[in-house]
Design a protein around this ligand. Structure first.
Ligand code: PHE
Length: 469
């Protein structure tokens, strides 16, 4: 009998499951992982953080965080995934018991799934804003809009549950349809279109500002290296952005790694993913800043940069309708391919528990996220409420609750679990075998980082997030 009941995994079940689907090649994995990592975080969050925290200085700190925390954790997650060839819940448990660790490690996988279910409704609602803005820019409604006008248009949208509900439903249904088709027919086919699409749109946006005076100003701003602006808050923002942008700590990369062909190099694949993710984030800054500068606006507006400042800029410039539509399409593609990776851990868990077939598993996960999303849709209107977290008053209801729970608590906790599991529970030999290349210098650097440096860094983020330091 196959495993039933969620986490007991028999040897037969494992043998059965190891006949499961895989990416068709290493390139397919890289495309899917780039799709997962390049998301709203790159196109929306990264540019406004760079604007807020002083250009090149912030970018340098961020690159440091990617190298010291991001890449080592991604290597660990993908290696654990591939070693187990299972979803995160069964995977943690299976590897732990194989190496005489505690079966309770399955809780780490479960926590990752909870994190994906918290982030996905947020993602869906922001994707809904994006779709609404795509229609608005394309139809010319925003031409000539003023700063105040753009602000009130945005506020009207987020407090209009009916509109948001429609977009949210559309987004979740589209994710469910792809997830239901499986790894190769669903995910792989989607990312083969989305990821090159993302890249091409970004390139055309860049080409638009190429050589112009505004690009020079954007570069000047970025290269000014204002180290004063990188406060403690800025350093922590760089660190959590590194986590978020690489989709770490929630099993998304673990499940993608579990579909990675056995002969593919984990180091080369993950390094390509980190490199492309970073490149795309920097390209996004170089696309967004010149547009904002050319309209005489400021890039240091915080989260309002994309939905409030950019529409004003698009509304003022020749060709703004086309450029604006391209930009929001880019954001939508990015959100969509990341959304797919957020569904996969839960769907795979249900399938590999033997509880449901893939189609029904996708429907059940889609339904849960859709229901949670209704609460998020109402967060800025009927169901808004206020609360204080780490000395900050938050007014965004369930939106803010899920945001804090996932980005500030569950992601770092998940990262900590991965670091402890890979660096301490599993043996060094097993990890070296899975990562490949033997126990050379590179391996030792990775091992030192994952065993000592990453756990300390993550605990600092966690303490900071809950207001402990
Ligand atoms: N990496 C995505 C982004 O930058 C966010 C994400 C986190 C996606 C976790 C999937 C899993 O927007």
């Amino acid at each position: 009998m196959l495993l039933r009941c969620g986490w007991e995994l028999t040897v037969e079940a494992k043998a059965d499951i190891s006949a499961r689907e895989q990416w068709s090649s290493r390139t397919a994995f890289v495309l899917a992982a780039v799709g997962a990592t390049v998301g709203i975080g790159n196109i929306w969050r990264f540019p406004y953080l760079v604007g807020e925290y002083g250009g090149a200085a912030f970018i340098l700190v961020y690159l440091g965080c990617l190298a010291v925390f991001g890449l080592p954790l991604m290597i660990a997650e993908v290696a654990i995934g591939r070693r187990s060839r299972l979803n995160p819940v069964h995977g943690f448990r299976y590897l732990a018991t194989e190496t005489s660790g505690s079966p309770a490690w399955l809780l780490a996988g479960l926590m990752g799934i909870v994190a994906t279910l918290c982030i996905l409704p947020l993602y869906s609602v922001v994707a809904g804003w994006t779709m609404a803005y795509l229609v608005r820019t394309a139809s010319g409604i925003l031409v000539g809009v003023t700063g105040d006008g753009a602000r009130s248009i945005f506020n009207a949208l987020i407090s209009d549950p009916e509109k948001l509900f429609g977009w949210h439903t559309l987004f979740i249904v589209s994710l469910t349809l792809v997830a239901a088709r499986g790894v190769r027919q669903g995910l792989e086919r989607a990312v083969r279109v989305l990821v090159p699409g993302l890249f091409l749109i970004l390139l055309s946006l860049l080409a638009y500002s190429w050589g112009g005076d505004a690009l020079q100003r954007a570069l000047d701003f970025m290269l000014a290296a204002d180290f004063e602006a990188v406060t403690m808050a800025g350093m922590l923002a760089a660190m959590s952005q590194a986590f978020f942008t690489l989709s770490l700590g929630m099993g998304a990369l673990m499940i993608y790694g579990s579909y990675l062909p056995g002969d593919a190099s984990i180091i080369r694949s993950t390094a390509s993913v980190v490199l492309i993710d970073t490149l795309m984030a920097i390209m996004a800054v170089l696309a967004v800043f010149p547009i904002v500068f050319s309209s005489g606006l400021s890039v240091a507006e915080g989260p309002g940069l994309v939905f409030q400042t950019l529409p004003v800029a698009f509304g003022r410039m020749g060709g703004g309708m086309i450029l604006g539509s391209a930009f929001f399409l880019l954001l939508l593609f990015a959100a969509w391919s990341s959304g797919l990776s957020l569904m996969e851990p839960a769907v795979a868990w249900l399938v590999e528990s033997g509880v449901l077939g893939r189609g029904w598993a996708a429907v059940v996960v889609g339904l849960i996220v859709w229901l949670l999303g209704i609460g998020v849709v109402m967060s800025f209107s009927a169901w808004s409420f206020e609360f204080t977290f780490a000395d900050e008053v938050r007014t965004g209801g369930l939106f803010d609750v899920l945001d804090i729970l996932s980005a500030s608590i569950l992601l770092p906790l998940g990262g900590l679990a991965v670091a402890l599991f890979a660096g301490r529970t599993l043996s060094r030999k097993l990890m070296a075998e899975e990562i490949g290349g033997g126990e050379g210098l590179g391996f030792w650097v990775w091992y030192g980082l994952i065993k000592y440096v990453v756990p300390v860094g993550v605990v600092v983020i966690l303490l900071r997030a809950v207001g402990g330091i």
